[in-house]
Design a binder for this molecule. Structure first.
Ligand code: NAD
Ligand code: DAU
Length: 332
């Protein structure tokens, strides 16, 4: 048994990871989370008290981080400002949390010799053309587009520098777009599902041709555990499940699964600098570490996710009006 410190464990992917760890290992988990608008303690409800300790705090708080690293066998770092649209509106919190926060963790890892796994995104590689036969690999040059993705790219480069310069025992993973339970209603799939539940028409940015490479959050979690167990220090692993779909197709699937006409959506103002396509080649993770995704059927996973939002309206209802007001002010 190990003591795992999970930053951002009250957010979407972090909370899915905590549920996964409790279900599949005997590790004890300490969550460090600031509970920003994106963090929700209800996402950790029902977990056994003896397996989980929750600490409310900021990853830029060096004394707190130092104390928690002293008690941890390994750290998985999810905490971030994560939403592109917010980063276009107000980039500053992205610099504070994603850059300074990651730096604060790296300094603690250096002092304590703690194993660190850094969670990152495929967006650090920029975007691909729709007809490009290539997908992102670990060797694709960094070329981020948004304030969000540039701060994630910066955080990855800090991790690499702390490994090389100070011998910090870290690994990095860059994952594609996640879907599943506990995702904030600001994000594409939950926004459209909760729109339909509320009788609002789904909103597609621009023509809806942009492609995302969808993976279920539980598959992301199993990949991260695999890297923690078997990953080589200093290495980067791309995580993806061959789930490319354009946004229009995803909206049409949501509408038809929810009993609505497939064309009952609106086109709205496009996102500034909107990345066209992400696509992950996860051969390294699959062949070197033996990982395989379990959710091979996107429509089945989407249907289960729709069901989760239908059954858990109390989890998302309080955030919905504010999110829609934010988008409406931008014509989205
Ligand atoms: P999220 O916004 O749902 O959750 C982020 C969590 O971090 C929240 O609980 C928030 O309270 C916490 N947090 C924010 N600032 C903090 C701070 N200063 N100190 C402590 N806690 C803080 O994000 P998510 O979608 O779950 O993403 C988690 C991680 O995974 C991020 O690093 C993101 O870049 C990465 N990622 C996300 C996706 C995706 O599809 N959502 C894909 C690949 C990688
Ligand atoms: O690729 C990984 C990234 O995936 C993560 O690093 C980010 O943290 C995560 O938020 C996600 O970024 P995206 O910008 O791809 O996700 P988002 O859910 O915001 O949007 C998905 C696509 O849907 C994108 O092309 C924009 C579009 N979109 C989004 C919203 C909110 C719409 O068409 N309509 C919408 O209402």
């Amino acid at each position: 048994m190990a003591n795992l410190l999970v930053t951002g464990g009250a957010g979407f992917i972090g909370s899915n990871f905590v549920h996964h760890v409790v279900a599949h290992t005997d590790h004890h988990v300490t969550v460090l989370d600031k509970l920003t608008y994106a963090g929700n303690l209800a996402s950790l409800a029902g977990l056994p008290e003896d397996r989980l300790t929750f600490v409310k705090g900021d990853i830029t708080d060096a004394p707190l981080v130092d104390e928690l690293f002293g008690a941890a066998d390994a750290v998985v770092h999810y905490a971030a400002e994560s939403h592109n649209d917010n980063s276009l509106h107000d980039p500053r919190p992205f610099l504070d949390t994603n850059i300074i926060g990651t730096y604060t963790l790296l300094e603690a890892a250096r002092r304590h010799g703690t194993r660190l796994h850094h969670i990152s995104t495929d967006e650090v590689y920029g975007d691909l053309e729709l007809d490009d036969p290539d997908r992102f690999t670990e060797n694709t040059p960094y070329n981020p587009s948004s304030p969000y993705s540039s701060t994630k790219a910066g955080s990855d480069l800090l991790v690499r520098a702390w490994v090389r310069s100070f011998g910090v025992e870290a690994t990095i993973s860059n994952c594609s777009n996640n879907y599943g339970p506990y995702q904030h209603v600001e994000k594409f799939i939950p926004r459209q599902i909760t729109n339909v539940i509320r009788g609002i028409r789904p909103k597609l940015y621009g023509k809806g041709e942009n492609v995302r490479d969808w993976i279920h959050a539980d598959d992301h979690s199993s990949a991260v555990l695999t890297i923690l167990d078997k990953g080589e220090i200093g290495e980067t692993y791309l995580i993806g499940a061959d789930g490319e779909k354009d946004n229009k197709t995803v909206v049409e699937l949501i509408l038809s699964e929810m009993g609505q006409p497939a064309d009952a959506y609106d086109h709205v103002t496009d996102r500034a600098g909107h990345d066209m396509r992400y696509a992950i080649d996860s051969t390294k993770l699959r062949t070197e570490l033996g990982w395989t995704p379990q959710y091979q059927d996107f429509e089945a996973g989407l249907s289960a996710t729709i069901d989760w939002y239908r059954r858990n309206e109390e989890w998302w209802a309080s955030a919905k009006d504010g999110v829609e007001a934010f988008y409406a002010a931008k014509g989205q």
